[in-house]
Design a protein around this ligand. Structure first.
Ligand code: PGA
Length: 259
């Protein structure tokens, strides 16, 4: 069975004072819920001290982006080996905000995925359709393009290490989450596509999350679906009580399912 995964995407929020206050308010509680993997993705400047803070806990550390070269004259960029050396386990790649504001494309995301995997970082590949693509019935076309470019040519071991987050762009930060069934259908289609490309066994190992306005009140409707392995949480991950509740609901649902 795939271990559920809840990822906190802090985006460009929290500094070296407020970030610690936020972690202080939730670390102990998060650490007790062992059935759920929890990954915190703070801004780059917090990674090193969070790696120390998480030492000896069940929490995982993730970055929100990286460059595809390992080193060199690329002013302002951060590489895979740097993230690995700090103790990162995961890296979010291809978030729609990166695609929208910073020029990430399916091709550059693909290069970043290769760089992450060769540096022993697990990519959290974000995919999702815009509102107009959704209205035009193009959701599955868009998702298929994004997923197939990202997964093409990966060997089975690397493909199985991937995490995918289905994040409809219209649901991000809007309060308008997808329905549990709707998200489950798209995520099922993503898993089927990965199965076509890399075989059933690999597809069964890949964790696929839902993201977009997840909160403590709607998490149950996603986590209760067969294909959804967890959530990528933005805004609600900045509220310690709410985020602990999201993880607790997931923990409860998955331990119940396992009984
Ligand atoms: P949201 O963001 O939870 O605030 O909608 C999710 C994300 O962008 O990853």
């Amino acid at each position: 069975m795939r271990q559920p995964l809840i990822v906190a995407n802090w985006k460009m929020n929290m500094d070296n004072v407020t970030g610690f206050e936020l972690m202080d308010d939730m670390l102990d509680q998060l650490d007790t819920m062992e059935e759920v993997a929890v990954a915190i993705c703070p801004p780059f400047p917090l990674l090193e001290s969070f790696a120390e803070l998480f030492d000896g806990t069940n929490l995982y550390l993730g970055a929100q982006n990286m460059y595809w070269e390992d080193k060199g004259a690329y002013t302002g960029e951060v590489s895979g080996p740097m993230l690995k050396a700090l103790g990162c386990d995961f890296v979010i790649l291809g978030h729609s905000e990166r695609r929208q504001y910073f020029g990430d494309t399916d091709e550059t995301v693909r290069r970043k995925i290769e760089a992450a995997l060769r540096n022993d970082l697990k990519p959290i590949l974000c995919v999702g359709e815009s509102f107009s693509e959704n209205q035009d019935g193009q959701t599955l076309d868009v998702i298929s393009r994004q997923v197939s470019i990202a997964f093409a040519g990966l060997d089975e071991i690397h493909a199985a290490e991937m995490v995918v987050a289905y994040e409809p762009i219209w649901a991000i930060g809007t309060g308008l989450a997808a329905s549990g069934e709707g998200a489950n259908d798209v995520i099922g289609a993503i898993r089927a596509l990965i199965g076509d490309m890399h075989g059933h066994e690999v597809a069964q190992q890949v964790r696929i999350l839902y993201g977009g306005s997840v909160n403590p009140d709607n998490i149950a409707q996603f986590i209760g679906q067969g294909e959804i392995d967890g959530a990528l949480v933005g805004g609600a991950s900045l509220d310690p009580e709410g985020f602990v509740r999201i993880v607790a609901v997931t923990h409860e649902a998955k331990t119940r399912a396992a009984r």
